[in-house]
Design a protein around this ligand. Sequence first.
Ligand SMILES: Nc1ncnc2c1ncn2[C@@H]1O[C@H](COP(=O)(O)OP(=O)(O)OP(=O)(O)O)[C@@H](O)[C@H]1O
Length: 588
Amino acid sequence: MFDAYKRFFRFAGEQKGTWYKGMAFELLRSIFEALQFAALLIVLRALVEQNMTGATPWMAFGIMTVSVAGAALCWYLAHNSEGHADYCMCAEKRIHIGERMKYMPMGYFNAQSLGSLTAVATSTMEDLESMSFAVIARTVVGMIRTTIFSLAVLCFDWRIGLIFLLGMLLFLWVNSLLLKKSRELSPGRLAAQTRLVDAVLEYIQGMSVVRAFHGDKAANQTLNRTIEETEQQNFKLERKRIPYNVLEQIVLRVTAVVAILLSIWFFLQGSMTLFACLMVVVSAFLVYSELESAGEMFFMLPMIDASIDRVEEIDCAPRMDEGGSVQTPKHCDISFEHVDFSYGERKIIRDVSFTIPEGTTTAIVGPSGSGKTTLTSLMARFWDVDSGTVKLGGINVKDYALDSLMRNFSMVFQRVYLFNDSIENNIKFGKPDATHEEVVAAAKAARCHDFITALPDGYDTIIGESGATISGGERQRLSIARAMLKDAPIIILDEATANVDPENEVELQEAVKALTAGKTLVMIAHRMKTVQEADQILVLDQGRIVQRGRHAELMKQGGIYADFVCSRSSAESWRIAGRKSREVKAEI
Ligand SMILES: Nc1ncnc2c1ncn2[C@@H]1O[C@H](COP(=O)(O)OP(=O)(O)OP(=O)(O)O)[C@@H](O)[C@H]1O
């Protein structure tokens, strides 16, 4: 049990001081409340010894007033510290986890379900936020107050004092059995909670599929099953807890009754004064009051422990750049030397070697699933290669601290992710200190200024989660503006123009061209014109580079590239025909 407390205070980190302060106030509150007992004793003594004076009630009244006022003040101060400690501890942990995730290998996110990571940041943290103070402070204060009370009684009458202490020891023994049960069941409860978050997330994210395919019955069944499972886990915990809690209460009440009966017997025998006997009767109702109310809280101690386990699991995950340091490359050449890479057991990239000289444009083409996106992810070390080396500016990417590596890349992903924040903040995500003018300039260059200003709140418009409130093409253009503003020397465009409508495509291509001038550009492009103009084309098939060179050379060679050009040309002629019919003059 004491290990759990020690572990918790270690976990509290910088908030440990606030925790101690809160607990000290909680203990003071409890002592102030116990002063009422002293007031009662003064009146009782005066009555028994028949020496009540006019000052006695006033003295009792004064002590009562100090007791009530002191307890109220300490209650206020304890709850202030509690709110601060709970909130700040969890906020700091959430931020810390978010920071930690930035440096984890992407494989970690494959292995961990979205639900389990979400559960840690939400329900597990909420558990810690809502339970910690109540459990830690009340249980510690309960034990301290009972000990002080028992020791005080011990000074009056050692026999009764010992009985009170014995009662507490019995209580702690039953409590250790209760903790054992709770320790067995807490991880299961947490796992069920994680599965519930997972199921709810899946249900919400797949809502459109559920509707389109009338899958509500199947989806509801899964969700209901998970809710039932969580319910069962919680009931199981409750069922196990209640008998032990009842036993704890019985132990404390029986001890109090035994103390009263014995003190009456001692009085009748003449080995105890009437006043001491009355004092024991009164104190028997008070000595365990804090411990009784903290009884249920002890059961939650292992739950806090299990929650800390989950948070620390993420905290202890390996950092990718443990061996790296801040590097400033002299140039921005990217080179792959005999690189192999697999997702788990599945080999995706096979013995790939190439160099992308600084300031050039490289197009990566190849059939779907051939590994194009994976190849670009390896450049920015989203994943670690199985063998071979990836270098930037002649330095192995593993020798960079992650931040100093990422400083060199601006990326526009195939699947654009926008944060549930204002458009302005989304654009300046890669350059938080950018001015509004810089944001507008990037938005204009990425051809999104017009649609942004047409929105009622303009640049302050909050886009829903994942950019849900704007169209695919608009999302794509915002992400291009974001990449432009970061102004890194290497730009990776993964099908950057895939969702842009034909009316905007030409303008956008021009803007991309202007902004990427003089930079190293790596693009996964399906547009013929950009591919043709590239300084180097890498043709990927089943994870191998099967052709490389400029457009004209590759066309002469025939093979996959020539087939790709044929298929793209017919697709684009189909698109051009569509655009002409809408009288859009564009040249491809
Ligand atoms: N995170 C991942 N975990 C496991 N497998 C993955 C992951 N990402 C991609 N893959 C698999 O690796 C293979 C290559 O994927 P990749 O996205 O690199 O191909 P691509 O050539 O870019 O495809 P497309 O043109 O369709 O986007 C695919 O079979 C894909 O299913």
